[in-house]
Design a protein around this ligand. Structure first.
Ligand code: ADP
Length: 571
């Protein structure tokens, strides 16, 4: 029920359109009932050879309901689809808005396939929530009320019969279908999600699978999951077809019983004979409202399962205790004081880290892999909150600053640059969409990207494909550097900009990095010890602690971990 109410709340802005569509749905079926009743009346009356004047009301009725039914059906389809697509965009925007603050800290426990399936599949499922779940019972109820008013003037027995038939076809049958399908629905949604997650994972890891010759096993696993989905779909479809047949059986049984009730009344003269067919056809056409209800029940459970999954993702407790302030800190001077940190129950990753990054200075944090360097970056960018110690920017405590305001202060070159499936130009402008051509050209020049761009068939407007597959590691990093230059934030944060690059490319990238560091407040995080001579201060991190610090020359003289690491890297 909670999930249902939350869903209704999200769809609230679309309510007027949904209500209009429900009214039009009701009018369409009501027009159909009117058409059947007046047609039957017309034919039955005409059989008695009356004057044309006596038929005129029925003729007008047939014309009116015939045209009205088509017009209402058109309008109902138009408005309900409009409502559906509004809901879809509403849901997508809502889901994205909820998801964004969770990235990256809180999304790491979800597989990318699960998120993909939620964004595409579950949101898509929910678009039918109104059209197939909410509207049909409301319309069926309104049609029942209308029919009872119509039948009231003929026989109360017919009213009771119709109520029983509607309860049987509209409540008991859907409940029975639900009972039989009780596990298949959940299992089907879960199996589909599992299949999608597996497929996304397979596509992402295609190169590894080929390299390790695991393609066949992966294919078999996919076939197995697919078989499971097909089996469950088959089960659900079988039950739904049987339910369709049962609905028709109830309808025809009701018509037969209605005839059994009305014929004696016609014989006894309590009902005029011309109404016999009108009553029976009226009842038959009113079933149009009740027959979709078993399927509505199915969609109801599918929608709630999809909604539960979406809520489960977006209700992951936020990593950050949000603050409302969006004011940028007055200066970009960063001070880290006695900072300690642990990821949830993963053990302490940083212990008592302190350093200052004054405006205009350059600091490097180096150390072996797993020392905690990237964790410092995560905390500086406020992807995670910390409990112990403090980070100040411009003298203001991080906890009082909005995460977005903090991130605006950094131009980041990260170790895993994501390249979007777009042109080189778009990939660069993502850092500063309003950048002028001159700014773009300068950034390209400073990141030493010119030669590469000239070699491309359409220069800056060349598309780079999915995740920039056609780009080398060095080219990706140069794009990252150009992005950082375009953003031109007060602090340059270089997080392992040369990781995974060969020695020659590393040298070239470091040259570009040295150039852009000139005159900029810089924090360089690196496991590589090249290009550190110009840094004002170097912190050597090991197992989450600062074990040494000083300038390049001081650290070399100390003959400690830094000197040791340098010796290894030189070999
Ligand atoms: P470095 O950048 O120096 O290689 P990291 O900061 O990436 O080191 O990692 C430090 C430690 O924190 C490692 O033991 C790593 O397993 C752990 N760690 C890193 N990221 C996460 C995360 N998102 N969740 C849990 N533990 C993590």
């Amino acid at each position: 029920m909670k999930t249902f109410l939350k869903l209704i709340q999200i769809m609230l802005p679309v309510w007027p359109t949904m209500l209009l569509a429900a009214c039009l749905g009701w009018l369409t079926i009501a027009a159909n009932v009117g058409l059947m009743v007046t047609s039957a009346l017309l034919i039955a009356t005409a059989a008695l050879h009356p004057s044309i004047a006596e038929l005129s009301v029925a003729i007008v009725g047939v014309r009116f309901f015939g045209v009205a039914r088509a017009a209402f059906r058109y309008l109902e389809r138009y408005v309900s689809h409009d409502a559906t697509f509004r809901i879809l965009s509403q849901m997508r925007v809502w889901f994205y808005r909820q998801l964004e603050p969770l990235a990256p800290a809180q999304l790491q426990s979800w597989q990318s396939g699960e998120l993909f399936s939620a964004i595409v599949g579950d949101v898509e499922t929910l678009k039918d929530f109104y059209l197939r779940v909410i509207a049909p019972p409301v319309v069926a109820f309104l049609i029942l009320i209308g029919m009872l008013l119509f039948l009231k003037s003929f026989s109360s027995g017919l009213m009771v019969l119709l109520i029983i038939a509607f309860v049987a076809a509209g409540i008991l049958l859907p409940v029975a279908v639900r009972y039989i399908n009780r596990n298949s629905g959940h299992e089907l949604v879960a199996a589909r999600t599992e299949l999608k997650a597996y497929l996304v994972d397979t596509v992402n890891g295609m190169a590894e699978l080929a390299a390790f010759d695991r393609k066949q096993q992966q294919l078999e696993a996919i076939c197995q999951l697919n078989g499971k989905v097909l089996g469950l779909q088959g089960r659900v479809a079988t039950v739904n077809s049987v339910s369709d047949a049962a609905g028709n059986l109830i309808m025809n049984g009701t018509l037969w019983l209605a005839l059994c009730l009305v014929i004696p009344l016609v014989y006894s003269g309590q009902i005029e004979g011309v109404y016999l067919a009108a009553i029976v056809l009226g009842i038959q056409s009113s079933f149009e409202a009740v027959l979709p209800l078993p399927i509505a029940m199915h969609y109801w459970h599918e929608s709630l399962a999809a909604a539960r999954r979406l809520f489960q993702i977006v209700e992951t407790p936020a990593a950050l205790k949000s603050t409302s302030s969006l004011i940028l800190p007055p200066t970009a001077a960063v001070a880290v004081k006695h900072l300690s940190f642990e990821y949830d129950s993963w053990g302490t990753v940083l212990q008592d880290i302190s350093f200052n990054l004054p405006v205009g200075k350059r600091i490097a944090i180096v150390g072996p892999s797993g020392a905690g360097k990237s964790t410092i970056v995560n905390l500086l960018l406020r992807f995670w909150d910390f409990e112990h110690g403090a980070i100040l920017m411009g003298g203001q405590d991080y906890r009082n600053l909005d995460a977005e305001a903090i991130r605006q202060m950094f131009s980041v070159v990260s170790q895993q640059t994501h390249i979007f499936n777009a042109t080189v130009r778009d990939n660069l402008l993502i850092a500063h969409p309003e950048a002028s051509e001159q700014e773009l050209a300068r950034a390209i020049q400073d990141a030493a990207l010119e030669e590469f761009i000239h070699s491309l068939p359409q220069g800056l407007d060349t598309a780079v494909g999915h995740n920039g597959q056609a780009l080398s590691g060095g080219q990706r990093q140069r794009i990252a550097i150009a992005r950082a230059l375009l953003k031109n934030a007060p602090i340059l944060l270089l997080d392992e900009p040369t990781v995974g690059l060969d020695a020659v490319t590393e040298q070239q990238i470091m040259q570009a990095v040295q150039k852009i560091m000139q005159g900029r407040t810089t924090l360089l995080i690196s496991h590589s010890l090249t290009g550190l001579e110009s840094m004002d201060d170097i912190l050597v991190l090991d197992q989450g602690r600062v074990v040494e610090r000083g300038t390049f020359a001081e650290l070399i003289n100390k003959q400690g971990l830094f000197a040791q690491l340098r010796k290894f890297q030189k070999v």
